[in-house]
Write a protein that binds this ligand. Structure first.
Ligand SMILES: [Cu+2]
Length: 325
């Protein structure tokens, strides 16, 4: 809380002071010019008032320097605000390279979390302090929005695709989480909390929390066999189906000729709607069945984590330098 007055949420992430600074600057500029204009209206109304019944006002012409000044100064202020806002926006949108990935599934009316080590939580997420954390989010039903005021982050959570938001908590404590998109009867109760812990406490918490599935990539590897993906996508199955090793982060050419970057959304679509993303060269043998309805959001996340973990440069026939980054 700023100034001990509950107008402002607590500031608990690296982003929060930056967003607040922009907000206060904008507020300051607006307050300054509103006051200036209001005062000038009074002053000029009095200064140029009609002094007698038959007075006809004479035409005033502003000096050139004044015309230029009141064009250039606002332009400069606005461009400054634009550049500043863009800088913070890009920082807020691009997770740092060392961000650890967590998965979030919104659902009427709860939040489900998956830790990279496989622990699952509902409505309450535990994270370590001072560590950039990236959330890959999707919804099982309607549009939700992930809003943590203390971190100054808010991002829509959409069915059928992943959106990303990241934060780095700067203090330990428990901070409220809200759904900020009207999503049905119990929308207002679709909330929770994020508990930020010292790294050591977090490790202890992780060890205590049960992880039924183990690390996501490991759970994905088991699913990969259970769902028969492995029968077609064997490491030596190049003729039957594309090899998935070293695929993530690469560009693939589709049968349509489009080039697409392999990210979570691409993998998701490849699994749920293979016909929409047929890989070039497989036009005639695009035999992959759709897995719509056979995989939960959590299972999809596990499969995707597994495919990501196959980023094995050697088996993909490229140098490690190329695949690093
Ligand atoms: Cu919601």
């Amino acid at each position: 809380m700023k100034f001990g007055f509950p107008l402002f949420p607590e500031s608990a992430s690296t982003l929060a002071p930056q967003v607040d600074a922009i907000y206060f600057f904008g507020l300051g500029v607006a307050a300054f010019f509103s006051t200036l204009i209001a005062c000038l209206i009074f002053y000029l109304a009095i200064r140029y008032r009609r002094r007698s019944e038959d007075e006809v006002g004479k035409r005033e012409k502003a000096a050139m320097w004044l015309e230029i000044a009141w064009s250039i100064i606002p332009l400069g202020i606005l461009l400054f605000m634009f550049a500043w806002g863009a800088k913070v926006y890009f920082e807020a949108r691009r997770p740092p390279g060392d961000a650890v990935e967590y998965f979030v599934t919104g659902k009427q009316w709860m939040w489900k979390f998956q830790h990279p080590e496989g622990q699952r939580e509902i409505n309450h997420l535990h994270v370590p302090v001072g560590q950039p954390i990236q959330l890959k989010m999707t919804s099982e039903d309607v549009i939700h929005s992930f809003f943590v005021p203390a971190f100054r982050i808010k991002m829509d959570v959409l069915p059928g695709r992943y959106t990303t938001v990241w934060f780095e908590a700067t203090k330990t404590g428990t901070f409220r989480l809200f759904c900020a998109e009207y999503c049905g009867a119990e929308h207002s109760r679709m909330g929770g909390s994020i508990t930020v812990m010292e790294p050591r406490d977090y490790e202890q918490w992780l060890a205590r929390a049960d992880s039924a599935t183990g690390p996501l990539a490991l759970a994905g590897a088991q699913l990969f066999e259970a769902k028969t993906c492995g029968t077609c996508h064997r490491p030596d199955s190049n003729l039957l189906a594309p090899i998935l090793h070293g695929l993530f982060g690469e560009e693939v050419t589709l049968a349509s000729g489009d080039k697409v970057l392999v990210d979570e959304n691409y993998l998701r679509e490849s699994i749920l709607d293979p016909k929409a993303t047929v890989v070039s060269g497989y036009e005639a043998k695009a035999v992959m069945p759709t897995f719509v309805g056979q995989l939960s959001e959590e299972e999809l996340v596990e499969l995707i984590s597994y495919i990501k973990s196959l980023g094995d440069a050697a088996s993909h026939g490229e140098t490690p330098e190329e695949s690093a980054g």
